[in-house]
Design a protein around this ligand. Sequence first.
Ligand code: AN7
Length: 368
Amino acid sequence: MAHQWRGVIREYAERLPVTEATKVITLGEGGTPLVHAQQLSALTGSDVYLKVEGMNPTGSFKDRGMTMAMTAAVAAGAKAVVCASTGNTSASAAAYATAAGLKCVVLVPEGKISMGKLSQAIAHGATLLQVNGNFDDCLDIARKLGESYPVFLVNSVNPARIEGQKTGAFEVVDWLGDAPDFHVLPVGNAGNITAYWKGYKEYCAPFESATAGTLPAVSTRTPVMWGFQAAGAAPFVAGHPITEPDTIATAIRIGNPASWDTAIAARDESGGVIEAVTDEEILSAHRWLSAREGVFVEPGSAAGVAGLIKKHAAGEVPAGKTIVITVTGHGLKDPQWALRTEDGSEVQPVKVSNDVVTVAMALGLEEK
Ligand code: AN7
């Protein structure tokens, strides 16, 4: 019988802070496709793979961390959870809170989250407040609420989130048979680069499991980590927080990343970089993925691909390597960008009358 994926907690229970007795809150997250990107591979002369996180239950990588955070919330006896979000965390928190039977409060920056993500939080019954401020302001309030009020914080400052998200690295190694040479991803609040690096390091050494003794190393190496931020929201490139972050990639419109030190550690321990890509480069990579690879992502998710293309143009991508890029969220989250041409004009579908000859003419077809 084919193996049914059981969600990241049950698949990787020995490497997570859970026991047999833990009540697991899951929607079947993880087990996402690692797609061989044929055109990016042809471009670079390396084997480039896309870890397609839009295939998670709520359409982003956040579900890997949210299954752990919501499981921890239930274990702690919480009745309500809270998060700040640029959109995907709120969509995920709302869905997993529903599955857990908990109330969910989400704080989002007013006017700066995509329609798809807003719809998800509302559909799952979260109490959504639009804060007159940016994501960093929302996170500040969410942290204070968690400290002083009876609500459980499920942002990635909660270590359970990082534990869940590290399973992305495990899946890459399990699929490829070893760690890639490079792992590339977008960086916003910096939880994901922290989590991947933790996962890669744990898989590359004997692991002291809380439930299963000492587990042997699975991989022989760890990758070089390459993170990319939007140029208007690139605190790691500036070397300090940004007070007015701005980018069309609203998912990563973050100026004061919570996981600052661990992201710097991932960069430096791995011999990697965190660099910036412009909104134009992000939209161009977004178009590349949909039109050349067959993978539809939201703009923020294309930042890693934009970074790889930029570094290739600068002659900084070696050939003959294995490169994995996490594309973090689904294109349907924020579909409006697909309906714009490169020069910024709106795509207008061609209208035709209800008649085969007219349709054939519109297609330039001659009768056979
Ligand atoms: C598609 O949902 O911060 O560096 O509040 O939605 O781990 O923050 C989302 C971030 C990349 C950046 N790609 O990841 C939120 C939120 C997508 C995202 C990131 C986000 P981190």
